[in-house]
Design a protein around this ligand. Structure first.
Ligand SMILES: Nc1ncnc2c1ncn2[C@@H]1O[C@H](COP(=O)(O)OP(=O)(O)OP(=O)(O)O)[C@@H](O)[C@H]1O
Ligand SMILES: [Mg+2]
Length: 397
C-alpha cells in the first residue's frame, strides 16, 4: 500500500457561481455528473463504510445498480479481511490519499483481480472517503471492445473487396483445374485436385470474411433459450459430440432484443472455441442464462445508458486463454490453432456490437467464461414469434 506524502489537502475547488462566470460560459455540471462521466469506477463511502454515491462504472464493477448500492455497507459485498477495508482505514487514519495495487476483491458476488484502488478523504463528509478503482475490466473492456469493433470494421471493408476481387477469378481457376483433371495422368490429377481443394479453402475464408460486411440487421424479441437449444443440438451432433454439456437456465428470463441468426452465430463460435479448448475426455461446457439488474452501460460519446440485464454465459474447464493473445483476443487473425483463421471472436465482437450488447471474457486455467450481456425488447414490441430454424451459418459459424 502506498500512502501519499501530502499531509493535508488544499481546500477543494468549487464551481464558480454563475453570477461570476465569464460572459457566455455555461456553468460546469455538478460533481455527480462529472464523476458519472468517468470511465473508471468511483464511489463515496461514509464513516461507516456505507455507499453514499456510485458512478456508472462502479455500478458495473459491483454489478449492482446505484439504487441498491447507495445505503449498502461495503461489508455486505466484500469479506471484512479484504484489503480495501485496510485502505479505507489508512485514508481516515492519515487523513491523506492512499493507493493500493494488485488487490483481489473476492466474494460470492464479486470476483475481481489485479485491482488498483485509490482512496482520498472527503472533508465535506466527516470520515468520508472517495474511492477510485481500476481493474482493467468494465470500462477498459468496453473501450477495448470499441477497438475490436474498429478492427472488425477494418476487416469488413477488406471482406467486401475480397468477395468482389477474389471470388470470380477463383471459380475460374477451380473450373479450369476440373477440366484439366479429366485429361490428366494419375500424378497430374492429384495436382489438379490440390488446386481445387485450395481454391475451396480460399473461397471458404472469403465467405467467412463476408460475414463482417455491414448489412442492415433486423432486431426482434427473441427467446434466448430456443436459440441455446438450437446451438446445443448443432454442437452435440457435431464438434462437441464427445463432451459433457451442462445447462443452467433461468426459466423466467424475458426475451432478448436481438437478431436470432446473429445470436446463433455468436453462440456457436463461443461453444466451438470452448469445445476445441477442453480435454476430449474430461471436457465440460456450461451454458447458462441469468438476469442481472442494474447492468447499465454508458455509450461512449453519448448521454444514453443502455440496460443490458440479460446474460448468457459459455463456460469451459479448459486450460484458459493463452496469456500472449489476451490483449488482442477479439481482433481478426489472432489464433493459436494450427488450422485456425482467428476470425471467430472478431466476428463475435462485431455481431455483439450489432445487437447492442457487450461481451466480456474472464479466463484462468480450468475456467474460461465468455459472458454476453444483452438488451431487453423496447416497451410495446411484439413478443417472440414461433421458433424457426436460424438462417444458415454455412458451416463457418
Ligand atoms: N474457450 C477458450 N479457451 C481457450 N482459448 C480460447 C477459447 N476461446 C478462444 N480461445 C483462444 O482465442 C483464439 C482466437 O479464437 P477465434 O475463435 O477468434 O479463432 P480460432 O478459433 O483460432 O479460429 P476460427 O477462425 O476457426 O474460429 C483461439 O485460437 C484460442 O487460442
Ligand atoms: Mg474459433
Amino acid at each position: 500500500m502506498t500512502t501519499s506524502t501530502i499531509p493535508r489537502r488544499e481546500p477543494p475547488l468549487r464551481a464558480v457561481p454563475p453570477a461570476r462566470l465569464p460572459r457566455g460560459l455555461m456553468p460546469a455540471p455538478d460533481a455527480a455528473a462529472i464523476l458519472s462521466a468517468l470511465p473508471m469506477p468511483a464511489a463515496v463511502l461514509d464513516a461507516e463504510d456505507r455507499f453514499r454515491f456510485v458512478n456508472t462504472a462502479a455500478e458495473l464493477f459491483f454489478k449492482l445498480s446505484s439504487t441498491t448500492l447507495v445505503g449498502m455497507r461495503l461489508a455486505e459485498i466484500l469479506p471484512s479481511d479484504s484489503r480495501l477495508f485496510a485502505l479505507l482505514h489508512q485514508v481516515r487514519a492519515h487523513d491523506a490519499p492512499v493507493s493500493d495495487h494488485d488487490m483481489h476483491l473476492e466474494s460470492p458476488r464479486l470476483r475481481r483481480t489485479g485491482v488498483a484502488a485509490h482512496g482520498a478523504p472527503l472533508p465535506e463528509l466527516p470520515g468520508g472517503v472517495v474511492l477510485m478503482l481500476n481493474d482493467g475490466s468494465t470500462a477498459a473492456k468496453l473501450d477495448r471492445q470499441m477497438n475490436f469493433m474498429g478492427a472488425a470494421r477494418g476487416a469488413s471493408a477488406m471482406a467486401a473487396m475480397l468477395a468482389h476481387e477474389v471470388k470470380n477469378p477463383l471459380s475460374g481457376i477451380r473450373g479450369a483445374a476440373q477440366l484439366l483433371e479429366q485429361g490428366a495422368n494419375e500424378n497430374d490429377r492429384e495436382l489438379c485436385q490440390l488446386i481445387q481443394d485450395e481454391a475451396d479453402r480460399i473461397r471458404n475464408l472469403v465467405d467467412r470474411m463476408d460475414m463482417f460486411s455491414e448489412r442492415p440487421v433486423e432486431r426482434h424479441a427473441v427467446n434466448i433459450h430456443q436459440v441455446l437449444e438450437h446451438v446445443r443440438r448443432v454442437a452435440q451432433t457435431g464438434f462437441a459430440a464427445h463432451l459433457r454439456l451442462l445447462e443452467e437456465y433461468d426459466p423466467s428470463l424475458p426475451a432478448v432484443w436481438a437478431n436470432r441468426d446473429q445470436l446463433v452465430q455468436i453462440l456457436l463460435n463461443l461453444v466451438k472455441n470452448a469445445a476445441e479448448a477442453v480435454d476430449p475426455v474430461s471436457g465440460e461446457l456450461h451454458l447458462s442464462t441469468a438476469f442481472h439488474h442494474g447492468v447499465r452501460i454508458a455509450i461512449p460519446g453519448s448521454r444514453e445508458r443502455v440496460h443490458l440485464p440479460l446474460t448468457v454465459s459459455v463456460r469451459d474447464n479448459g486450460p484458459g486463454i493463452p496469456e500472449e493473445i489476451r490483449a488482442t483476443l477479439f481482433e481478426p487473425f489472432v489464433t493459436t490453432k494450427p488450422g485456425g483463421q482467428g476470425l471467430g471472436l472478431a466476428l463475435v465482437a462485431k455481431l455483439v456490437a450489432d445487437v447492442g450488447g457487450l461481451i466480456e471474457c474472464d479466463s484462468r486455467p480450468g475456467r474460461t467464461v465468455f459472458r454476453l450481456s444483452l438488451p431487453m425488447p423496447p416497451a410495446g414490441s411484439e413478443p417472440p414469434g414461433p421458433w424457426r430454424r436460424a438462417g444458415s451459418p454455412n458451416g463457418g459459424y
